[in-house]
Design a protein around this ligand. Structure first.
Ligand code: AHR
Length: 632
């Protein structure tokens, strides 16, 4: 019998305890959540025509990529088409999309292009082509007006068939010279119907988790493999055509699987991240570069006396998020369509940075941020090791500095998660709190391409999270990482949500996270087996909370054994209501996974529980994670 003490509140659960970690890895942003279908829309990839092919016959010089770096350093290149008495089918360009374009029958697609033309007279025929080379959607656009000014023109058309790997042909007709840039195609069913917005199915999966926070934009991309390629938030806001793209940190040379066409166009930039956070009710948690590049690649750091621009970026970001429309950066936010504050409360400085170099840089940030914004909480990184000298050094230094929250990362085997479920039972109860900012059990080994999101990894995480919840006075935030992966364009596995161009599904690990975040409770209460914390005895792991608002007891229990067991739960000092529910995720096959074709192979099932002789009795399936909710 499990004994629970619902009146003995041992910790308050942070309202934003369970959140999500977003990084543009595995085509998470471009080709993923950012719904743009055209790859290399502004010809800024290393190879200017990457993603494009030339159609039909052209004479030398008919299609040229021009570079106007002196006048537009953010978006220097554009395509010039000289069209001389051409008919449709004679000359054109085709875009392959991000591993093809996901097209839905009957849906409206919005095409737009920036152009200028000295000699008008070119018409463009747009054709969506399926994998059988059939046209499944068509439109026409005749750029109007002449002169040196860049203009934008749009046309919308409906698709006539569904196709996961379409491409877009653009045929030129007539005679004239036209300069083209920002050639763009978006589906109309974006999240909240926002033009140029995000993929709704992917955001919905996040919204369904009711996450307490969203951390962005990473991950290693915050650091960059060198400092010139660090994430700079100011280059990710304002009109999309003015956002300067950079190569993605997870591009081939630096990743475990080759993706030479991986760039960050920043159509999903800091404004959009804040907006997503607001939409899904999550606290925004931006992480900024601390003046150090990724230490796995280089040891490039900014000299301490030259940190000023980095510090200014942090101060300006707070103003961008929270300042009123009279402030410099608050005005920029207001002009982008959000006059109200985004109510930023916390800011991460540094991702997986370590050593005295990190500590001394962080001190400068801390001083400047606290002087201007004393209420902004600083999240500091404790590197990548959950133990060892490097971790001990950082933990001691960061605690001395009294940083509010320390970000710990764990990419380990499932056994580690089981063995460390009690990790926080003996942590210091005062001083800095913990953000378990990145974790995922690895079925093979860390960064192995063979890692699977199987049930063994998910149940190990479920067990580990009982320890985080039990210690909610120490651990105030937690998030699985990475979040998204495209089946045709990933560099890292396992990942919480997998997608192709049209579909998406939550892994077993997703369901575990979601069960925690949607069954949070407000206060931790003791749950004991034979008078002891439940952390591994007989394969049981458990934690319990009460929800003061709904007056419910919420019990989480993992049965990490191959036996089906009847468990009963007794609560001291309260009367159970007569009915409750148990939501279980289980599989006797630890290798079981979800997939695009079988997205719900492992997913939660809810059944009623009833109370007998003042006890809740539940049958716990072999290898199961169970959440029991019962009125008190
Ligand atoms: O989540 C993948 C990577 O793992 C992150 O970018 C980094 O912070 C960690 O090493």
């Amino acid at each position: 019998t499990f004994k629970i003490k619902p009146n003995q509140h041992t910790a308050t659960v942070s309202p934003n305890m369970w959140g999500v970690f977003f990084e543009d890895i595995n085509m998470g942003a471009d080709g993923g959540i950012y719904a743009e279908l055209i790859k290399n829309r502004s010809f800024e990839f290393y190879k200017p025509l990457m993603g494009w092919t030339v159609l039909g016959k052209k004479e030398e010089g008919d299609l040229l990529v021009l570079n106007r770096e002196a006048t537009n350093s953010a978006n220097p290149r554009f395509l010039r088409a000289k069209v001389n008495n051409k008919r449709k089918g004679d000359m054109g360009i085709a875009n392959e999309g991000f591993r093809g374009m996901g097209i839905k029958s009957g849906l409206r697609y919005d095409f737009s292009v920036m152009y200028r033309q000295a000699n008008p007279g070119v018409k463009m025929h747009l054709e969506l082509i399926n994998s059988k080379n059939e046209v499944i959607g068509r439109g026409e656009i005749s750029p109007s007006g002449a002169g040196d000014e860049w203009k934008k023109q749009s046309v919308s058309f409906n698709a006539t068939a569904t196709e996961p790997k379409a491409k877009l042909n653009i045929w030129f007709e007539g005679s004239g010279v036209v300069d083209l840039d920002m050639i763009s195609l978006f589906p109309s069913d974006t999240w909240k119907g926002r033009p140029g917005g995000m993929r709704a199915d992917m955001i919905q999966l996040l919204a369904d988790m009711k996450p307490g926070f969203i951390r962005f934009p990473g991950g290693c991309i915050v650091e960059g493999h060198d400092l010139s390629l660090r994430y700079q938030w100011k280059k990710t806001i304002g009109p999309v055509e003015e956002r300067e793209l950079i190569v993605n940190r997870w591009n081939s040379e630096f990743a475990h699987r080759p993706t030479p066409d991986y760039f960050q166009t920043f159509g999903l930039g800091f404004f959009e991240y804040f907006q997503i956070a607001e939409d899904i009710g999550a606290e925004p948690l931006p992480i900024l570069n601390c003046g150090m590049a990724c230490q796995f690649n280089t040891a490039e750091v900014v000299p301490l006396d030259q940190l000023e621009p980095y510090i200014q970026d942090a101060l300006d970001l707070i103003e961008f998020a929270n300042g009123d429309a009279n402030s410099k950066w608050g005005k920029v936010r207001a002009e982008m369509g959000h006059p109200k504050s985004f109510n930023l409360k916390m800011l991460g400085v540094g991702n997986e940075n370590w050593g005295p170099q990190y500590v001394e840089r962080l001190q400068v940030f801390q001083k400047a941020i606290k002087a201007k914004y004393p209420n902004i909480e600083i999240i500091a990184s404790s590197g990548t090791d959950p133990s060892g000298d490097r971790f001990d050094y950082l933990n001691a230094e960061l605690r001395k500095m009294k940083v509010e929250v320390i970000d710990e990362h764990f990419y380990r085997r499932p056994e580690w998660f089981l063995e460390n479920a009690a990790r926080y039972d003996n942590y210091p109860r005062t001083g800095s709190k913990v953000f378990a900012g990145e974790y995922a059990a690895q079925s093979d080994k860390t960064v192995s391409v063979n890692n699977k999101n199987n049930w063994q990894t998910a149940i190990a995480e479920a067990a580990f999270l009982t320890g985080l919840e039990r210690n909610a006075d120490v651990v105030v935030m937690a998030s699985y990482a990475p979040l998204f992966a495209h089946v045709d364009g990933w560099q890292w596995t396992p990942d919480m949500i997998w997608v192709d161009n049209l579909r998406s599904y939550g892994t077993p690990n997703y369901h575990v996270q979601k069960l925690y975040s949607t069954n949070k409770g407000t206060n931790v209460v003791p749950i004991l087996l034979d008078n002891k914390t439940v952390s591994g005895q007989d394969g049981y792991y458990a934690s319990a909370t009460v929800d003061k608002n709904t007056k419910e007891l919420i019990i989480k229990v993992v049965n990490n054994s191959d036996k089906s067991r009847n468990a009963d739960f007794e609560a001291e000092g309260i009367r159970f209501g007569s009915k409750g529910t148990v939501t279980s995720v289980a599989s006797g096959d630890l290798e079981a996974v979800n997939s695009l074709d079988k997205p719900a192979e492992i997913s939660p099932k809810q059944t009623p529980v009833s109370v007998k002789n003042k006890k809740v009795e539940v049958r716990l399936a072999p290898y199961s994670f169970n959440v029991i909710r019962i009125k008190m």
